[in-house]
Design a protein around this ligand. Structure first.
Ligand code: COA
Length: 247
């Protein structure tokens, strides 16, 4: 949008999925709020997803008294890939780039791994549970099939069966990002996630990126433990709010 600082846009993906007029916004300070609210009223938005830096506490408190409800906290970690060597992949399950024909297996893993996940969609009781699960499955599917969504997808192959996936993208000439990772329940606890992270760091470095970032819900301790062990450091955090304009 429109104003140089405020990002607010209609969200056709959410609208199709949840059947209500939807928008997404990034709110950086209090003056953004009025702009976002006006955009939503002018565009008949019912459901707004708004992210706000966790450091902007005054804005957060204004949002709280304006009907915005906290749905999750996203924490970002960053790794300087030059500062210390990338650790070795000690895993026993082979990791390779996705090949044509793997897409259905990736989607099937997303269905299992993200059922009832603790992201901002599932935290909102007004949203249909099955559609919340579907957010992750369709994201995995789009990542597996479109280079516009992911620049690379890695898969793990355990006994001839796809056991997990990792989607990666370039954010800039300097930075790569690990985006959506899932390991099938049958294969969890064998270090596949750690292997994905090491291979993702290698992929970023091989493509000339100096840093890699990752993010997750602050309650997802399993992945944060792996990141810290691999040399990632906490970087910044966002709160995710939902606002319903029909209440
Ligand atoms: C999180 C996830 C990717 C971990 O995959 P994995 O291959 O089982 O992970 P690893 O075997 O490499 O284990 C990593 C660490 O997390 C721990 N861990 C794995 N699953 C866990 C769980 N459900 N709860 C708590 N800790 C868990 C492991 O014990 C290990 O820690 P340890 O060395 O102290 O034992 C997998 O459980 C998953 O797909 N979860 C659902 C989707 C998700 O959270 N994706 C990541 C965010 S996009």
């Amino acid at each position: 949008m429109h104003d140089a600082r405020v990002q607010v846009d209609l969200s056709p993906l959410d609208e199709t999925r949840f059947g209500v007029r939807s928008a997404r916004a990034h709110v950086a300070n209090e003056s953004d709020l009025a702009i976002v609210n006006r955009f939503c009223l002018e565009n008949d938005v019912t459901f707004l997803i708004a992210r706000c830096p966790a450091s902007a506490l005054q804005t957060v408190q204004t949002m709280e008294s304006d009907g915005f409800q906290l749905m999750d906290t996203l924490i970002y970690y960053r790794r300087d890939l030059h500062k210390t060597p990338i650790p070795a992949d000690e895993g026993s399950v082979p990791i390779r780039p996705i090949r044509p024909g793997d897409e259905a297996a990736v989607v099937a893993i997303a269905v299992e791994a993200f059922q009832g996940y603790f992201g901002h969609y599932h935290a909102d009781p007004r949203l249909d549970r099955a559609q919340c699960d579907e957010v992750y499955t369709s994201w995995a599917e789009r990542s597996a099939t479109s280079r516009e969504v992911a620049d690379e997808v890695l898969v793990a192959e355990l006994d001839g069966r796809i056991a997990g996936f990792a989607t990666l993208r370039f954010n800039s000439a300097d930075e790569g990002e690990g985006v959506l990772f899932g390991v099938a329940p049958f294969a969890q606890g064998r270090g596949i996630y750690r292997s994905f992270m090491v291979r993702s760091m290698q992929w970023c470095a091989e493509h000339g990126r100096r840093t890699m970032i990752v993010s997750t819900q602050i309650t997802n301790l399993a992945v944060q433990k792996v990141w810290v062990r691999l040399g990632f450091e906490p970087s910044h955090a966002y709160y995710t709010f939902h606002k319903w304009y029909d209440t």
